[in-house]
Design a protein around this ligand. Structure first.
Ligand code: HEM
Length: 220
C-alpha cells in the first residue's frame, strides 16, 4: 500500500515537473524580433524553449503584461500550427502557417470538430506575425504576438480559457511534414497543458526614496 502511494506520488511529481511554464518578462517586446528567425547568439531570444517529441515541434515563448510571444520551429517543410484554449481541435484558437519559396501564409483559425476556419477579427488581434525558412539550420520558424485577452467575437468563439498570468492553459500542436495544404490532416500532433508565470510584484520603494513627511515651520 505504502509502495503504491509512493509510486503515485512520484508519478504526480514527475508530471508536475514536466509541465511547461511560459515565463514572464516585462521586456519581451525589446528582446523578441518577429522575423521568422530565432536568434540566440547573444543570449536566448525567448525566456523558455519547449521541445515537443510527439508533434516534432519546438516552441519558444514568453509573456509580458498583455501579450504572449511565440516562436514555433520545425525541420519539416509542410504546415505547422499551435492552438490555445482547448485540449482538442474543437474550440481551439489556432495559428497556422507555412513557408515556400513562392508564398507564405500565417492565419488565425478556430477549430470546429476536426476542421478549422478563419477567425473573425483576427487581423486586428494578431499584432505581428512572420514565417521564414533558414537554409543554414534547415528550420522553418513561425513567430507571432498573440493577445492574452482575445476580443471575444460575436459568439465568444475567440476567447481563450486560462491565458492569464498565473493561469494554466491547454495547448495543441500539429504539423504535416509532407504538404502545405491546410486541408490535409496532420502527420504529427499533441496536446499539453502549460502554466503561465505570475507577474512578479513591483519592487517596493527604498526607504530613502519615500517622500519625507512635511515639516512644520519652527515657532519663534
Ligand atoms: C484541416 C486540417 C486538419 C484536419 C483534417 C484534422 C483532422 C483530425 C482528425 C480526423 C483527428 C482525429 C484523429 C486523430 O487523432 O488523428 C484530429 C485530431 C487532432 N487534431 Fe487535427 N486536423 C487538422 C488540423 C489540426 C490543427 C491545425 C491542429 C493544431 C493546431 C490539430 C490538432 C489536433 C489534435 C490535438 C487532435 C487530437 C484531439 C482531437 O481529436 O481534437 N489538427 N484531427
Amino acid at each position: 500500500m505504502f509502495r503504491q502511494l509512493a509510486l503515485l506520488l512520484g508519478a504526480a511529481l514527475a508530471l508536475a515537473v514536466a509541465q511547461p511554464v511560459i515565463p514572464y518578462d516585462s521586456l519581451m517586446d525589446s528582446r523578441v524580433g518577429v522575423d521568422g528567425f530565432i536568434d540566440n547568439e547573444d543570449g536566448p531570444e525567448y525566456p523558455a524553449t519547449y521541445t515537443d517529441k510527439a508533434s516534432g515541434l519546438t516552441v519558444n515563448w514568453g509573456l509580458d503584461d498583455s501579450l504572449l510571444y511565440v516562436g514555433l520551429s520545425t525541420k519539416s517543410r509542410g504546415w505547422l500550427a499551435i492552438g490555445f484554449g482547448s485540449p482538442a481541435m474543437h474550440g481551439s484558437n489556432m495559428i497556422i502557417g507555412y513557408y515556400t519559396d513562392d508564398s507564405t501564409k500565417v492565419m488565425n483559425d478556430i477549430g470546429a470538430g476536426h476542421a478549422h476556419a478563419r477567425a473573425p477579427q483576427s487581423d486586428s488581434a494578431i499584432r505581428d506575425a512572420e514565417i521564414d525558412f533558414d537554409d543554414e539550420t534547415g528550420l522553418t520558424t513561425m513567430e507571432f504576438v498573440y493577445p492574452l485577452q482575445f476580443p471575444e467575437g460575436k459568439d465568444g468563439a475567440l476567447a481563450v480559457a486560462g491565458l492569464v498570468p498565473g493561469g494554466a492553459c491547454d495547448v495543441i500542436l500539429a504539423q504535416n511534414t509532407g504538404t502545405i495544404a491546410f486541408n490535409a490532416r496532420h502527420t504529427n500532433r499533441s496536446t499539453l497543458r502549460v502554466r503561465l508565470a505570475e507577474i512578479p510584484p513591483k519592487p517596493a520603494m527604498e526607504p530613502q526614496q519615500q517622500p519625507k513627511p512635511e515639516q512644520k515651520p519652527e515657532q519663534q
